[in-house]
Design a protein around this ligand. Structure first.
Ligand SMILES: Nc1ncnc2c1ncn2[C@@H]1O[C@H](COP(=O)(O)OP(=O)(O)OP(=O)(O)O)[C@@H](O)[C@H]1O
Ligand SMILES: [Mg+2]
Length: 176
């Protein structure tokens, strides 16, 4: 599994997405194969690389991480790499310098409900941490990135939503 770096901060508007996009593009320019994962329903990272009309036509219905989370919640997780896209404009620029590549798992506004869906699936917001399925559901992304299909990447960068909640350590202990 390639190194995975989360760009995360509870407060919003501090430059997470700008850093993710620019670190990713610069690493690709230097010849690295980089995967960016947009975990924010605002989808600012996605819209750094796709126009809204392109996103709507090419990605919205079938090629965002929302559809993958839907498959996880349905109990039959799809292969995550099927949702990876290669944004054309930035890669045309990157290819002028070498063989690097910048890939993306795009986001969708519908992701805003996934936290709630997870909680409901596990028995409600107050009891979910005690569910035996808590860790398997909340580690679904880590498990999916361990697929050999992702071995080709040198780095994975996760652009997180502001206020992203991390499970309390004692809750993680309960779920094991
Ligand atoms: N180094 C910087 N200097 C000045 N402005 C910046 C810098 N980095 C980001 N910005 C600007 O700050 C604003 C917020 O940046 P950005 O969207 O990257 O933050 P964010 O932490 O991802 O926000 P959110 O929490 O909403 O996801 C944007 O308008 C961006 O252009
Ligand atoms: Mg952001």
């Amino acid at each position: 599994m390639p190194p995975v770096v989360s760009i995360i901060n509870y407060k919003g508007g501090v430059g997470k997405t700008t850093l993710t996009a620019n670190i990713g593009a610069e690493l690709a320019r230097r010849g690295r194969r980089v995967l960016l994962v947009d975990l924010d329903p605002q989808a600012s990272l996605t819209f750094s690389f796709y126009r809204a009309t392109e996103w709507e036509r090419q990605l919205a219905d079938e090629r965002t991480i929302l559809q993958w989370y839907g498959s996880v919640l349905s109990g039959a997780p799809a292969a995550l790499h099927k949702y990876v896209v290669t944004p054309p404009i930035v890669n045309e620029a990157v290819n002028r310098y070498g063989s690097g590549r910048l890939d993306l798992l795009a986001s969708h506004l519908g992701l805003i409900d996934v936290d709630l869906d997870f909680a409901a699936h596990l028995g409600g917001s107050r009891f979910q941490h005690g569910s035996p399925r808590y860790l398997s559901l909340h580690r679904a992304l880590a498990q999916a990135l361990a697929d050999p299909a992702f071995e080709e990447y040198d780095t994975v960068l996760l652009d997180c939503a502001p206020g992203h909640r991390l499970p309390a350590p004692e809750a993680v202990g309960t779920g094991r």
